[in-house]
Design a protein around this ligand. Structure first.
Ligand code: PLP
Length: 467
């Protein structure tokens, strides 16, 4: 496995694999009671977490004599494992044939060819047992081509082992046992199984959350132990149409399902808001983490780690293109307030303060919840709103204000819109007010609050031009 880089000099590209740091997802995590970190696997030299499995699979094959000098490596992959193997093939002088389903991006095909690999494309829409599937074609080529070796990441124990030996200890080194949950979008299950086994041994209370794309069979299998029929989806690298032998379901605490639209919109947000240029499965993983946290309510200040598996550069012609997003129906031009509320990923119950709250307590609440404003509601009656800005200005003017109630310092109430209100209506309201309260049709209570920030976030992920 990877040797430490000595005196700042790596022996070759393989020494550069791994040791990718965690990064706080400060914007996406804004206002959340827990801490959200991304593990920056897209920074690996081949651009993905799958760089980690190649060296171990190939070293094992060399030791066992399955792969000899001058041999050919043949692998079925969604592309990223192929890139990892292509780096090894380049360094060690093997030939490489990559067998890839036709749904994968042209960037990935070009990337593999740039590394000198031969790429064979197979149809996506065939069952795994079909002779045309990428698994069957890889197996047939391995039988036909002399001196060839088929690592088969779907069955190779070195795939989860690589994550057990490298990815997991790196997370443990950063946070020890203080990791509430690790969220992992899964394909072969190598990442989730290796990390799951390690934390099962070292920190059994850490939840291991697998994220499955809608249409894949994995989440359903985890729940029922029955194989469902796969339905095609667009996100690449995760989900399966069969159950890989490498997937160790016993280490998975929970599964969540995320659809293409949520995955792509979240990946675009991560790029625009965090400056981290990630692929679609990173979007699935972060959206899945927020969905899981919404249902399971982690304790305040809990650490949640999300694996960010690959880089966005291989999806420029796909979900990073506004045109592609529109053609595929992932951008909704007729959005309503309800849709905008729905993409606010983590939705705490609407927070409000009664008018009897002291200024001190109100400021403390705003600070703790990371909010700049809040409606003031007594029973069912909206009294007004408070803004951190106004309260602080008054306290600086007269410190004794802290112990008064917020009653005298109220700003005007936020306007109220129905869930069915249109995007232009919301935009008009937010030109005047900093937030709006949302009400269900024909009901008195409030179901949420939309701020200017929420609107801008929605517009940027919905494909508005950005500068
Ligand atoms: C982009 C991307 N994300 C996630 C994964 C899933 O990783 P694993 O196969 O370890 O489950 C892959 C696997 O190829 C991938 O390419």
């Amino acid at each position: 496995m990877r040797m430490p880089v000595s005196h700042g000099i790596a022996r070759n590209v393989l020494d550069l694999i791994g040791h990718q740091p965690l990064v706080a997802l400060g914007k996406i995590g804004r206002g959340l009671p827990f801490k959200l970190y991304g593990k920056t696997e897209f920074l690996n030299p081949g651009g993905s977490v799958k760089d980690r499995i190649g060296p171990l699979m190939i070293e094992r094959a060399e030791e066992e004599g399955w792969l000899k000098p001058g041999g050919t490596i043949i692998e079925a992959t969604s592309g990223n494992t192929g890139v990892g193997l292509a780096m090894i093939a380049a360094v060690k002088g093997y030939r490489l044939i990559v067998v890839m389903p036709d749904k994968m991006s042209t960037e990935k095909i070009r990337l593999l060819r740039a590394y000198g690999a031969r790429v064979v494309i197979t149809p996506t829409a065939v069952p795994p047992e079909s002779p045309l599937s990428n698994y069957s074609v890889a197996r047939r080529l391995a039988n036909e081509i002399p001196l060839s070796y088929y690592p088969n990441q779907y069955e190779n124990a070195m795939n989860p082992e690589a994550h057990y030996r490298t990815t997991a200890p790196e997370i443990f080194e950063a946070l020890g046992t203080d990791v509430h949950a690790i969220v992992i979008a899964s394909g072969t299950g190598g990442t989730v199984s290796g990390i799951g086994r390690y934390f099962h041994e070292k920190s059994p209370s850490t939840r291991i959350v697998a994220v499955d794309p809608k249409g894949s069979v994995l989440a359903h299998y985890h729940r029922t132990h029955e194989l469902s029929k796969a339905v095609p989806y667009k996100v690449e690298g995760i989900g399966e149409d069969m159950i890989p032998k490498t997937f160790q379901f016993e280490y998975v605490t929970d599964f969540v399902t995320v659809d293409d639209r949520e995955s792509f919109q979240m990946a675009r947000r991560i790029a625009r808001e965090e400056g981290l240029f990630v692929g679609g499965s990173s979007g699935s993983a972060v959206a899945g983490a927020l969905q899981w946290a919404d249902a399971h309510r982690p304790p305040d200040d809990a650490n949640i780690v999300v694996i960010l598996p690959d880089s966005g550069d291989r999806y420029l012609s796909k979900f990073y293109s506004d045109e592609w997003m529109r053609e595929n129906g992932f951008i909704d031009e007729t959005a309503r307030v309800a849709d905008i509320l729905a993409v606010k990923d983590f939705q705490p119950a609407l927070l409000s303060a009664p008018s009897t709250t002291t200024v001190r307590a109100a400021l403390e609440l705003l600070r703790k919840k990371n909010l700049s404003q809040m409606p003031v509601i007594d029973g069912a009656e909206v009294k007004g709103s408070i803004a951190e800005d106004t309260l602080m200005r008054e306290v600086i003017r007269d410190a004794s204000m802290q112990d008064r109630t917020i009653q005298q310092l109220l700003d005007p109430p936020f306007p109220v819109l129905r869930r069915s209100a249109s995007l232009p209506e919301l935009m008009a309201a937010l030109k005047e007010a900093t937030a709006v309260l949302v009400q269900d049709e024909g009901q008195a209570g409030f179901v949420g609050l939309l701020t200017r920030y929420d609107l801008l976030t929605f517009l940027s992920i919905e494909g508005g031009e950005s500068g």
